[in-house]
Design a protein around this ligand. Structure first.
Ligand code: GRF
Length: 217
């Protein structure tokens, strides 16, 4: 059973989806700890309700980014996780920690990267009248939202889509695709090789370079 650590900053709905999939044995892993940089994150309440231990490492209590990251790194080292999942974790991590955990750290981002790194991705997709939108899951490098891409979930945008409808649809596909990818990583079916390229085993990519799934919602 793989040891998974989930980093959050907010609501934690993806955390809940991951834990539920571990509990129903869809993922051969266990969330051993939730770490939040925000003491008021609702995800901490979800963790407690789900019986998952949590730890607050509040970035505001550190003088600078390096001190915060050193503390986070030290704590992660102690936990010795097989996989670290950034699920709505709203801090950018520097190269020391991301290099150390490159093969073990994944991020969920709500856009079809390389489109729209950073914030307000749904607003941007809507205001540009994009026809499709979606989510990306990637290994984490020190560049913002730019590590090796593992998978994308895609939805159509409809003409008069409202922001909250889009957010709901995006959440729905996040809660399906993120646990699926975590499950494949835990099985050893997705990994970064020595040249830092993604390898897929037993996964039908349908002639695509990365796993892309279209959702009809
Ligand atoms: C998700 O939409 C994720 O893509 C983005 O932040 C949101 C987190 O949601 N980075 P939750 O905290 O998992 O509910």
């Amino acid at each position: 059973m793989k040891k998974i650590v989930v980093l959050i900053s907010g609501s934690g709905s993806n955390l809940e989806a991951i834990v539920n999939n571990c509990n129903s044995n869809n993922i051969n892993g266990e969330v051993i700890k939730v770490i939040s940089n925000d003491p008021s994150a609702y995800g901490l309440k979800r963790a407690s309700d789900l019986g998952i231990p949590s730890k607050i490492i509040d970035h505001k209590k550190y003088n600078n980014r390096d001190d915060f990251e050193n503390s986070l790194e030290k704590y992660l080292d102690q936990l010795n996780p097989d996989l670290i999942v950034l699920a709505g974790f709203m801090r950018i991590l520097g190269s020391k920690i991301t290099n150390k955990y490159l093969k073990k750290m994944i991020n969920l981002h709500p856009s079809l990267l390389p489109k729209y790194p950073g914030l307000n991705t749904h607003e941007k997709a809507l205001s540009n009248s994009d026809k499709i939108h979606g989510i990306s899951i990637h290994f984490v490098s020190s560049e913002l939202d730019a590590g090796p891409l593992i998978a994308q979930g895609i939805i159509d945008l409809k003409k008069n889509d409202k922001l909250d409808e889009v957010i709901n649809r995006i959440h729905t596909i996040e809660h399906q695709l993120l646990p699926k990818i975590i499950s494949e990583i835990c099985k050893g079916n997705i990994y970064l090789n020595q040249s830092n390229e993604i390898n897929y085993l037993n996964i039908n990519l349908k002639n695509q370079k990365i796993l892309k799934i279209k959702y009809e919602l």
